[in-house]
Design a protein around this ligand. Structure first.
Ligand SMILES: NC(=O)c1ccc[n+]([C@@H]2O[C@H](COP(=O)([O-])OP(=O)(O)OC[C@H]3O[C@@H](n4cnc5c(N)ncnc54)[C@H](OP(=O)(O)O)[C@@H]3O)[C@@H](O)[C@H]2O)c1
Length: 334
């Protein structure tokens, strides 16, 4: 299959290049960014002597000419500018942005006006373990946000056993690459080195994504109090969820049964960390209870399971390949 990546100058775009180069069935045929005419190995020196290929200025016409599958590794709003031109083509689209993840009214409340309104609801949410059947026939997969990925994979198995009238508290921590390649005042070395702080507490736009998907999967409305933190790491995400149980359950047994057929979910009997999943597609999950208090801890690599390898798994399913083809398993340890 001929594969294109738009947004190759960014972090998730670079991860996608590496994944596709190692993939048994996909071949890179198109690399694009907002400006072209530069070799990919010049832009990313780590790729010198690995690949030589020109980056083009992105356009819907060249995507149609060169790709069977395209990954849009773009900021929200930029993605729909391309996606809206591809609905009437044969190209399968995996969008890493938020543009097709949410109901249109939720999207417009938290992001911006939707410029592809007739198709806004047509994206299939790419949380593999829960939507793989729908992904098979998808034209466009909306790959989930990194925080929603770690949060949903951790808490969804417990939704039938928790008090959904009580709020769900989610405390999340992310490495700086989660914010993309542009340096801002908060992601500047001087701000984040030797430091940790919350940002957008209770107002981050991944909270509505988490709530909407819980409602979509279980049909329950639950109030999610979500507080993300930035930590001085390059990659990795750790999510801690606090909930109130209404049933007498063994949390580890629930997790083991729920994910018995999901090889990239690892159930841990001790609290998880980010290093153990760094460089991999794994999501590690630990849970414990004390009385009716439930604590769930999940960890992912935000650039892989939180973005590029999750997008690759979706593309595998869309193309009828083994879902796990080319997904990275070996962590960057020590
Ligand atoms: N970073 C993560 O951990 C993570 C996790 C989950 C989801 N995501 C989502 O994935 C998407 C990409 O994230 P990222 O971290 O890779 O961002 P990034 O590092 O900021 O890269 C974004 C890329 O998009 C390109 N771009 C912007 N506008 C464009 C346009 N109109 N045409 C062509 N290229 C354009 C930029 O290229 P130029 O430099 O050439 O302008 C840049 O290389 C975002 O929607 C993000 O929310 C990211």
């Amino acid at each position: 299959m001929r594969v294109g990546i738009v947004g190759v100058s960014g972090y998730t775009g670079l991860e996608l290049i590496k994944l596709i180069l190692a993939h048994p069935y996909f071949q890179l045929t198109y690399l694009a960014a907002s400006t072209g005419d530069i070799m990919v190995e010049a832009l990313h020196p780590a790729l010198q002597d690995v690949i030589t290929m020109k980056i083009e200025k992105a356009s819907p016409e060249s995507i149609k000419a060169h790709c069977d599958v395209v990954f849009l590794a773009l900021p929200h709003k930029a993605s729909m500018g391309f996606a809206k031109e591809l609905w009437d083509s044969d190209v399968k689209v995996v969008d890493l942005s938020a543009d097709y993840r949410l109901l249109q009214e939720t999207y417009e409340k938290h992001y911006c006006a939707h410029e592809d309104a007739p198709n806004a609801h047509k994206g299939i949410y790419g949380l593999i373990e829960y939507y793989r059947d729908d992904i098979q026939d998808a034209k466009l997969v909306a790959s989930p946000g990194c925080y929603p990925t770690a949060t949903l994979l951790g808490i969804l198995p417990f939704i039938p056993y928790i008090d959904t009238n009580a709020p769900l508290f989610v405390d999340a921590k992310s490495g700086v690459s989660g914010a993309g390649k542009s340096c801002t005042e908060t992601t500047h070395f001087v701000s984040i080195n030797d430091n940790i702080f919350a940002y957008n507490p209770l107002k981050h736009r991944h909270a509505p994504e988490i709530m909407e998907k819980i409602a979509n999967i279980y049909g329950v409305d639950i109030n999610v109090h979500f507080v993300p933190h930035l930590v001085p790491m390059t990659r990795g995400e750790l999510v801690s969820v606090y909930a109130t149980l209404k049933e007498d359950i063994d949390p580890i047994e629930i997790l083991r049964n729920h994910y018995a057929n999901d090889p990239f979910i690892r159930i841990r009997e001790k609290p998880v960390d980010t290093k153990g999943v760094s460089g991999t597609h794994f999501c590690d999950i630990f849970a414990v209870r004390e009385g009716n208090a439930l604590f769930v801890s999940s960890s992912i690599d935000n650039l892989l399971r939180g973005a590029s390898s999750q997008a690759l798994a979706a593309a595998n399913i869309m193309c009828g390949f083994d879902e796990n083809a080319g997904l990275p398993t070996l962590a960057y340890v020590p």
